[in-house]
Design a protein around this ligand. Structure first.
Ligand SMILES: [Zn+2]
Length: 242
């Protein structure tokens, strides 16, 4: 394995990785993981969860975390060489990757919003274990235009159907899924159902999040919002970043 380098890719002044104690928090042992495309055999580099502080990002109410330092890895992606789509965590590991000079970019290509929509139109051909992930991914990706161009754009018919499908998949007995369901119901303007779910007891650490959702529900606001900006004093609860 290579010497550790700093998370930002910079090296110390003497050309080796910086090792002074002040920079220790930035030291990351960069072990690269490659899987293999089942279609053409090319390497596909897997993005791991980095050590960046996930609390320093913008947390949107659909659960999307905007944080360049700690991107959320995707489960589905495409081979950069042949374009074949695959479940990245299920592809076989490339055993000899350490002995090859893999200098080109082999990171998986993320799926577009249209590709997620196409998968949702053929759900019967896709294993049920992926349905929730597909619906949440499509929801978050199609919300990207609202993050930048105006949160009050109404849901399209397809987005509405996707949220209704997602609503049925979420488990109210699971605390995290229950919160997502509250938000799905809020965006579907089913405010009373959302309030009934939000009234269930929650972990004390997420009370700040629950209070913000209450305010939105009481205002009968169905728009996508930023729940936490990540600025000092407005970081999302640590409970959510784990
Ligand atoms: Zn391929």
């Amino acid at each position: 394995m290579d010497l550790p380098v700093r998370a930002d890719g910079k090296q110390g002044r003497d050309g080796t990785a910086a090792t002074d104690s002040a920079d220790n928090s930035e030291l990351v042992a960069k072990e690269r993981i490659f899987r293999q495309c089942e279609c053409c055999g090319a390497p596909i580099e897997i993005t791991l969860i980095e050590s960046g502080d996930r609390r320093r990002g913008v947390l949107w109410s659909d659960g999307y975390l905007e944080n360049d330092d700690a991107p959320t890895p995707s489960i589905l992606g495409k081979c950069r060489v042949c374009g074949a789509m695959g479940c990245l965590v299920e592809l076989p590991l490339m055993e000899d990757a350490a002995h090859r000079e893999l200098t080109d970019d082999y990171t998986a290509v993320p799926l577009t919003v249209d590709e997620y929509a196409a998968l949702l139109e053929n759900l019967e051909e896709i294993g049920e274990q992926f349905h929730c992930y597909l619906r949440i991914s499509f929801w978050q990706l199609s919300n990207h235009r609202r993050r930048h161009d105006g949160a009050d754009e109404p849901l399209s018919e397809f987005e509405n159907a996707n949220l209704q499908g997602l609503r049925e998949l979420l488990d109210e007995d699971d605390p995290a899924e229950r919160l997502i369901k509250v938000e799905v119901l809020r965006q579907l303007q089913q405010f009373e159902r959302a309030e009934a779910l939000l009234a269930e007891p929650v972990h004390p650490e997420i009370v700040p999040l629950v209070e913000r959702l209450w305010q939105l529900l009481e205002a009968r606001d169905a728009n996508l919002v930023k729940l936490f900006t990540g600025e000092p004093g407005d970081e999302m609860p640590a409970f959510l970043s784990r």
